[in-house]
Ligand binder design. Structure first.
Ligand SMILES: [Fe+2]
Ligand SMILES: [Fe+2]
Length: 212
């Protein structure tokens, strides 16, 4: 059973993860309006990532016998004037989330809640990746400056990003976000994560599978 202080803090953070998805949705819409479809796609994938984070908190609170409390999500900003401004704000937001996760870890330690400390370790690692991926795009946008041709090329690259569900533990895929393959193809996920051949799972159906 989870203690009330930790439960409240986890619920509050669940809301922050929902806000992250909301913020990136606003950024994606901003890119759509600017006809930067690749950037819009990149942010759409980020929304899916954030919803995975939401679900992890949701599941964990329930698993520990706590109660999920959903509260109002703040309105995100809109109307960014350039991709650079979007990614500056996005990186700042991810840094804020990292601080929130660190504060949660501190709280879990103070409350001697080792299960929650353990649960949060995934997020500690995830935030390192999150900051790095946003920073990578930001640095490239700084190099690009006002070069429209280079921005066009980067937009094309951003269009290639696809959502890949995270592994729950080493070598395992969380199958709840996957759909069964209807063909006899071997899913690339099986190859990548070395899953048994009997598990024919893919993301979004057959397109994600590679025939072998
Ligand atoms: Fe997140
Ligand atoms: Fe994030």
């Amino acid at each position: 059973m989870i203690n009330k202080k930790v439960e409240n803090a986890l619920n509050k953070h669940l809301n922050s993860e929902l806000y992250s998805a909301y913020l990136y949705m606003s950024m994606s819409a901003n890119f759509e309006s600017a006809n930067l479809k690749g950037f819009a796609n990149w942010m759409r994938v980020q929304i899916q990532e954030e919803m995975v984070h939401v679900r992890k908190f949701y599941d964990y609170i329930l698993q520990r016998g706590g109660k999920v409390v959903l509260t109002a999500i703040d309105s995100p900003p809109a109307g960014w004037v350039s991709p650079l401004k979007v990614f500056e704000d996005a990186l700042t937001h991810e840094q804020l989330v990292t601080n929130l996760i660190n504060a949660l870890v501190n709280l879990a330690f103070a409350e001697k809640d080792h299960a929650t400390v353990n649960f949060l370790q995934w997020f500690v690692t995830e935030q390192v990746e999150e900051e790095a991926s946003f920073n990578d795009v930001l640095q490239r946008l700084r190099i690009i400056g006002k070069d429209g041709g280079a921005l066009f090329m980067l937009d094309k690259e951003m269009a290639a990003r696809v959502f890949v569900p995270p592994a729950t533990t080493a070598g395992q895929i969380d199958k709840r976000v996957l759909t069964p393959c209807s063909t006899r193809t071997r899913c690339f996920l099986q190859i990548f994560f070395s899953l048994p051949l009997t598990n024919n799972w893919s993301i979004g159906g057959e397109q994600a599978c590679a025939s072998l």
